[in-house]
Design a protein around this ligand. Structure first.
Ligand SMILES: C[S@@+](CC[C@H](N)C(=O)[O-])C[C@H]1O[C@@H](n2cnc3c(N)ncnc32)[C@H](O)[C@@H]1O
Length: 216
């Protein structure tokens, strides 16, 4: 999970949705369904993929109040390949199917490169956005009990993100962000906003006072 947001960073998801007119969100690694539930009011359709049959069944039951959310049981890379072929419009992908705790994924801790390759075959991939959680685990070898050999280094992830499509790629608050080039300003503005929020919290000034102060 991200260091600042629990699950998907919603303000960024909303900003990208608005800029690129995204209607569909795809998540890999449903777990309890928290991010899927948070995305449900923001997107017309949310599809979330979970490899553990038990977690998929529990999440499907928990997410029943959200009729626009579908839980798919299966391996993220295989299911993305199938799903991507059916999506005709750009989408937001929240890639979070790497192993953190629990049993699922210990034999395949980090399928992110295969997820990116599968997703990039989707007809709408070029206009879509990818957000990858747990960036810190790619910045250097992840600590035990992770098998660090199973985790690609950050540069390999970035190379994969730019292999088939021109993308703006950056890393903010434990999330790797890849957007179409035309959404770069949206990502940058999000980051500038987050930094001024953090600075405001540190200084103790309310936002309005801070803005007045800066103008002088
Ligand atoms: C960090 S949790 C996901 C948290 C969730 N995305 C959220 O924001 O609330 C990782 C989840 O990925 C699942 N998982 C692991 N490998 C997977 C794979 N190859 N395909 C689909 N799900 C996988 C695990 O069972 C676990 O539920």
């Amino acid at each position: 999970m991200g260091s600042v947001w629990e699950g998907v960073p919603l303000p960024l998801a909303m900003a990208l949705r608005n800029r690129l007119h995204l209607r569909v969100a795809v998540e890999t690694g449903t777990f309890r369904g928290d991010s899927a539930a948070a995305l449900a009011p923001l997107f017309e359709q949310v599809v979330t993929i979970e490899r553990s049959p038990e977690l998929a069944a529990a999440a499907a039951s928990r997410l029943r109040p959200f009729p626009n959310v579908t839980v798919i049981g299966g391996h993220s890379a295989e299911e993305i390949l199938r799903l991507g072929a059916t999506l005709s419009r750009p989408f937001l992908a929240w890639l979070d199917a790497h192993w953190c705790t629990g049993g699922t994924g210990t034999d395949d801790e980090c399928p992110v490169l295969r997820e990116i390759a599968a997703l990039d075959l989707a007809p709408a991939a070029a206009g879509s956005c990818l957000l990858i959680d747990d960036a810190r685990l790619f910045q250097g070898p992840p600590p035990p009990p992770h098998d660090h050999a199973a985790w690609p280094p950050l540069m390999d992830v970035i190379d994969a993100l730019r292999r088939r499509h021109s993308r703006y790629v950056t890393l903010l608050e434990d999330v790797i962000i890849a957007s179409p080039l035309e959404a770069r300003k949206t990502v940058d503005d999000y980051w500038l906003g987050r930094q001024s929020e953090t600075a405001g919290k540190r200084s103790g000034f309310p936002g309005r006072l801070r803005r007045l102060f800066r103008r002088r």
